[in-house]
Design a protein around this ligand. Structure first.
Ligand code: SF4
Length: 508
């Protein structure tokens, strides 16, 4: 009778808690590629990254002396149960995944009538705050605000601190980081990689399955890093070429410049190829050695030590019912252009979808101010849209997207995460991007066939929800602006909105 460790595909580092509990020779390791995950129709770039990174990690473990079995089967049950029996495994250790549905699926698997061994969960060590520590911080606070949680993290881990005070005399330099793109703005070239033999084999496997499962996105060119070494190279490339410029243009959107100064490390951290505290320490050291402007350094550290940990903590703190939230009763089905990753006729949306199609990636402002902004105002169903996000993005996991899309982007949680809905008209996109110049819609119009749909839907959204937001401290101003629109113009706006067929609820 023997012990084995099942490594899940977002736990790809040797210090993860289940591997750290044993040494090579003390337990077999198993990794699984189950075709069943393709039923969720993940973007090809995402699935190539996940399976290739897992295969590379299995090879690294073998080199380190572990006995590793790589199983491929239609389902996890068909892969694991015969293997457990064959090797007479009596105890299977799994590091608890942050994603609730994955943990529940594994628990269900272990209740299968043929399941032959004991399943033992090991606490996850991939986050700086455990779920329990986060809940202790949250305590009975009425409002959970990222800013205060982030300050606790800065103090607790002694990051960018001078004694008990923040470096530079303030905690947050966000106001310095919202520059619109200037003419001809170009970011540094990103670091991409050529697929090796392992990745090529995964690409070929998924290409043969793509039609059957209707997998979205391009499979090639595939340029993401798939090993810890490559992930570390991306981090170092970011530090050398982008960190200093990260701050000012982090909210800018430029046609033909999908990555600008963004770090591109989120897929690697979320798979376990990079460790968050080590990344933060490296950024802090490099920032000081290279005299990086504090606004840029603090901006990127806030994403990791603040937002990433905060959303992970909230995901567990809010619990399972959070996923079912739909405060605005949004029931509009997802439009075809989301499934096809293009064809909306709006330049901003089509640019973002085309970049997503190519790499499985869009940066955070494209996600928030183009995609979820449109979905919020059009009333797309939050559960369907959150699942779409989870399938499309290379850095997407259940714990990431519930809070970021359903909460922050769509306000389906009635403000438990973000105090006000992130609804914005075309004016914002026109100011912060280069998209509107080539668009067939006019960002200055709000009714009629040429009107920018973001403008039309912005006022339609305010009109639909005016009673809810009239006394909201951060929305009341917008509702007062709505009140100043005369009745005939408002009717023209709402009639234009009714003409957008992708923003209509299903017929009763
Ligand atoms: Fe997008 Fe409106 Fe600008 Fe067109 S005009 S790119 S739809 S914001």
């Amino acid at each position: 009778m023997a012990t084995a460790i099942w490594v899940l595909n977002d736990q790809l580092h040797q210090a993860q808690a289940a591997l750290a509990s044993h040494g090579p020779g003390e337990a077999r390791v198993v990794v699984v590629e189950a075709e069943a995950v393709l039923r969720q129709r993940p973007h090809l770039q995402k699935q190539i990254l996940f399976w290739s990174a897992q295969r590379h990690f299995a090879a690294e473990l073998k080199q380190a002396g572990w006995q590793v079995d790589q199983l491929e089967a239609p389902t996890h049950a068909e892969a694991l149960i015969p293997w457990l029996k064959q090797h007479e495994i009596s105890r299977l250790l799994v590091m608890a995944p942050p994603d609730r549905p994955i943990r529940q699926a594994i628990d269900r698997l272990a209740q299968h009538s043929d399941w032959p061994c004991e399943l033992e969960w090991i606490d996850n060590n991939q986050f700086l705050w455990t779920a329990e520590e986060f809940s202790r911080w949250a305590g009975s606070k009425k409002q959970l605000r990222m800013e205060f949680f982030y300050r606790e993290g800065r103090k607790r881990f002694n990051v960018l601190m001078d004694g008990d005070q923040p470096q530079g005399g303030q905690w947050n330099f966000d106001q310095d980081n919202r520059k619109p793109p200037k003419k001809g703005l170009e970011g540094p070239a990103p670091l991409w990689f050529e697929p090796d033999a392992i990745t090529t084999a995964v690409i070929e496997k998924l290409q043969t399955l793509a039609e059957r499962y209707e997998l979205p996105g391009d499979s090639e060119p595939f340029c993401w890093g798939v090993t810890q070494h490559q992930a570390q190279q991306v981090l170092e490339h970011f530090i050398a070429t982008r960190l200093a410029g990260f701050g000012p243009y982090q909210d800018a959107m430029v046609s033909g410049q999908p990555t600008l100064w963004h770090s591109l490390i989120s897929p690697y951290i979320n798979l376990g190829l990079l460790q968050p505290l080590a990344v933060i320490r490296q950024l802090e050291q490099a920032g000081s050695a290279q005299q990086v402007p504090l606004a840029s350094l603090e901006g990127v550290i806030r994403q990791l030590l603040g937002w990433r940990e905060f959303t992970h903590g909230l995901y567990h703190h809010f619990g399972e019912n959070y996923s079912h939230s739909n405060a605005l009763e949004a029931v509009v089905p997802l439009p075809q252009f989301l499934h096809e990753l293009g064809g909306s006729g709006m330049d901003c949306v089509d640019t973002v979808l085309s970049e997503l199609n190519e790499r499985g990636y869009a940066h955070h402002i494209q996600r928030l101010m183009v995609l979820t902004n449109l979905g919020l105002m059009a009333g797309w169903n939050p559960q369907a849209f959150t699942s779409w996000f989870q399938a499309q993005f290379v850095d997407a996991h259940h714990w990431v997207m519930q809070t970021n899309v359903l909460g922050m982007g769509l306000w389906a949680d009635a403000g438990r995460l973000g105090s006000k809905p992130y609804a914005a008209s075309g004016r914002y996109i026109n100011k912060m991007s280069t998209y509107c110049k080539g668009c067939r819609f006019d960002p200055t119009k709000r009714s009629g066939p040429e009107a920018c749909p973001f403008n039309v839907l912005y006022w339609d959204f305010m009109a639909r929800h005016q009673e809810r937001f009239r006394s909201h401290p951060r929305m009341a101003l917008m509702i007062r602006q709505l009140d100043r629109i005369d009745a005939s113009e408002l009717e023209a706006i709402r009639s234009t909105a009714r003409g957008l067929e992708w923003a209509q609820p299903p017929a009763a």
